[in-house]
Design a protein around this ligand. Structure first.
Ligand code: B12
Ligand code: SF4
Length: 462
C-alpha cells in the first residue's frame, strides 16, 4: 500500500479539442511532489490520467488499498477533479487537492469532497500532511502550514501560510519514471513529426498583469542554477530523445545574466536542442534573442494581449505596443518564429481598441496568433474588481471560471466577428505584401468591409 497516490483530472481521450491539438505534456507539479516525497522515504505512486479513462481510475481506486489520494486541479479540470474526489472519498480514500485553482476555492473544494485543500507549493506541505492524516487528529492537521480543512463543526479551518521553497536546486527532478513519458513524446511525434517534452528552470513571475493567476508561486521569482538545469536537459535528451523541448517557465527570458550562463554551459557541453518558450516583449533585446537562437529556440510565444496601449495599461501589463512590434521584428531577424496571444473584451475595451489590435497584428505580422475572450480567474485583481458583475449559470462543480458570464460584456457573436475580421485583415495585409492578384485582394477587401459592418452592428454590452 502506498502512502500517497497522486493523480490529476486531464483525460486527453475524453476531450475532442485536446485530441485535435494532440500536444500533451507531463503533469510536472505532481511529479515534483512525487520525487520529493520519495526522497524523504514515502511510498508514492502516480496514476497518470492523460492517456487513461475515468473508469480505469475508478477501478484503480477500488482495487488499491485506500490511503491518501492527492489530486492536481486547475480551472479547466475542476469538473473531473470533483468527480474523482467524490468517488475516492466514497471508496474510503482520504482526499487532498492542490494546484493553481483549489487555493482560490478552498471552501468549495472541501464541500465537494476534499478532506484537505493545499495552498501553494505541495512538496513540504505534503511531507508534514501525510503523517498528520495518518494520525487522524484535527490537532495534528492544525499544525500543518498551508492547508484548509473542515473542523468537527463543519467550519473551514485554515492554517497559516507555508513558506516558499527557497532553494529549488535542493529538489529532485520530477519523477518522470512514475509515468509513461515516452508515450507523451511519441504522441507528439506521430501527430506533428516532432516529439516534445517539458521542463522548468524557475518558479514564479514577479510581474502583475491583473488577470493572471499567482495562486501557487505568488509574485516570487526563484531560479535554478544554470548548470543544474543543463544536467536535467542532458539527461532528458539522453533518456527520451525528444526532437524538441518546451521550457514551461512563465517568462523564460526574465533574467539575461542567467540566460548567458545557461547558454555558456550548454555550449561548453556541446548541447543544442530546438525549443519553444514564453517571453515578455520587454525581456527581449538583441543579446538575449541572439542567445535564444544559438540555443535552438525556433519559436517564442509573446503575450501581446492588445494593440491598444490604453488596454495594456489597464491590464498593468508593463509593456508597450511598440515593444511588442520591436520584439517580433527582432525575432524575425534572428530566424525565430513568433506566436502571439491576444485577448478580446478586457474591461474598458471599445471598438477603437479592437481596431488598434487589428492594426497591431497586421503591422507585427507574427507567424501565429491566438485569441481568447478575457475571463476573470478567481484570486486575480481582475476577478476581484468584476466580482459583482459575474454570473454563474451552472452549479460551481459543473462549471469553470471560463464559463462565468460578465455582465456588461458584448456578445459571443461580436467577438466572433472581431476574430474573423482580424484573420481576414491579416490575410489581406500578407497578400498585399506578397503582391497578390487584384481579384483576390478585391474579394478580401469586400469580406473585410462586410465583417467590419457586422462587428459595428453586433449586439452591444448586455
Ligand atoms: C505549462 C502550462 C500549461 C501547458 C501544459 C500543462 C501541463 N500538463 O503541464 C498547457 C499549454 C497545456 C496549459 C494549458 C492551460 N493552462 Co496552463 N500553465 C502552464 C504553466 C506555465 C506551467 C505549469 C507547470 O508545469 N508548473 C510547474 C509546477 C511545478 O507547478 P504546479 O503545477 O503549479 O505544481 C505545484 C503546486 O501547484 C502544487 N500542486 C500541484 N499539484 C498538486 C497536487 C496536490 C495533491 C497538492 C497537495 C499540491 C499540488 O505543488 C506543485 C509543486 O510545488 C502554468 C503557470 C505556472 N508557472 O505554473 C500555467 C497555468 C497552470 N495554466 C493556466 C491556464 C489558465 C491554462 C489553460 C486554461 C489556458 C487556456 N486558456 O486554455 C489551459 C488548461 C489546460 C488543461 N486542460 O488543463 C493557469 C491556471 C489558473 C487556474 N487558476 O487554474 C496557470 C496557473 C497560468 C496562470 N498564471 O494563469 N498550461
Ligand atoms: S501574464 Fe505572464 S508576465 Fe504577466 S504576471 Fe502572468 S506570467 Fe507574469
Amino acid at each position: 500500500m502506498s502512502d500517497l497516490l497522486l493523480t490529476h483530472g486531464y483525460f486527453m481521450f475524453e476531450d475532442a479539442k485536446e485530441m485535435h491539438i494532440l500536444k500533451p505534456y507531463a503533469p510536472l507539479g505532481i511529479l515534483y511532489i512525487c520525487s520529493h516525497l520519495r526522497s524523504k522515504g514515502f511510498n508514492v505512486d502516480v496514476f497518470d490520467t492523460t492517456f487513461s479513462s475515468f473508469e480505469a481510475l475508478q477501478k484503480h481506486l477500488q482495487t488499491e488499498r485506500p490511503s491518501v489520494l492527492g489530486v492536481y486541479a486547475n480551472l479547466m479540470t475542476r469538473k473531473k477533479v470533483v468527480e474523482i474526489l467524490e468517488f475516492a472519498r466514497a471508496t474510503g480514500w482520504k482526499t487532498v487537492v492542490g494546484g493553481p485553482e483549489p487555493g482560490a476555492y478552498a471552501r468549495e473544494y472541501l464541500d465537494a469532497g476534499a478532506h484537505v485543500v493545499v495552498f501553494g507549493e505541495g512538496e513540504s506541505t505534503l511531507e508534514e500532511l501525510l503523517p498528520a492524516l495518518k494520525a487522524n487528529s484535527q490537532n495534528a492537521l492544525q499544525k500543518v502550514a498551508g492547508i484548509a480543512f473542515l473542523d468537527e463543526g463543519g467550519h473551514m479551518y485554515q492554517t497559516g501560510p507555508r513558506a516558499q521553497i527557497t532553494n529549488l536546486d535542493a529538489l529532485p527532478w520530477p519523477a518522470r519514471d512514475a509515468i509513461d513519458v515516452p508515450r507523451y513524446v511519441e504522441t507528439w511525434r506521430k501527430a506533428h513529426g516532432t516529439g516534445s517534452l517539458s521542463f522548468i528552470t524557475a518558479r514564479g513571475c514577479p510581474y502583475h498583469c491583473r488577470w493572471c493567476s499567482h495562486q501557487v508561486f505568488g509574485k516570487t521569482h526563484r531560479r535554478r542554477k544554470p548548470a543544474a538545469v543543463v544536467d536535467e536537459v542532458e539527461w532528458l535528451l539522453a533518456t527520451y530523445s525528444p526532437d524538441m523541448v518546451w521550457i514551461a517557465d512563465d517568462v523564460f527570458t526574465i533574467h539575461h545574466g542567467w540566460l548567458r550562463a545557461y547558454a555558456a554551459e550548454m555550449r561548453r557541453r556541446g548541447l543544442r536542442v530546438p525549443f519553444e518558450c514564453i517571453t515578455r516583449a520587454d525581456r527581449l533585446d538583441n543579446g538575449s534573442t541572439e542567445l535564444l537562437a544559438e540555443l535552438g529556440c525556433f519559436r517564442v510565444w509573446i503575450g501581446s494581449e492588445s494593440g491598444s496601449q490604453r488596454i495594456l495599461d489597464a491590464m498593468e501589463r508593463g509593456v508597450t505596443v511598440g515593444q511588442v512590434q520591436a520584439a517580433v521584428n527582432l525575432c524575425k531577424s534572428h530566424g525565430i518564429q513568433t506566436g502571439m496571444f491576444l485577448m478580446w473584451g478586457y474591461e474598458g475595451e471599445e471598438l477603437e481598441d479592437i481596431e488598434a489590435t487589428i492594426e497591431h497584428v497586421k503591422r507585427s505580422d507574427p507567424d501565429i496568433f491566438f485569441t481568447t475572450v478575457a475571463y476573470p480567474i478567481k484570486g486575480t485583481p481582475y476577478y476581484e474588481k468584476r466580482a459583482t458583475s459575474l454570473v454563474q449559470l451552472k452549479p460551481w462543480h459543473q462549471s469553470s471560471d471560463r464559463e462565468l458570464v460578465l455582465r456588461g460584456r458584448r456578445s459571443a457573436e461580436f467577438y466572433g466577428f472581431a476574430d474573423r475580421l482580424l484573420q481576414t485583415e491579416v490575410q489581406l495585409a500578407r497578400l498585399q505584401r506578397a503582391g497578390a492578384g487584384a481579384e483576390t485582394e478585391l474579394d478580401l477587401r469586400r469580406q473585410v468591409s462586410a465583417l467590419r459592418e457586422s462587428l459595428h452592428c453586433a449586439p452591444g454590452p448586455g
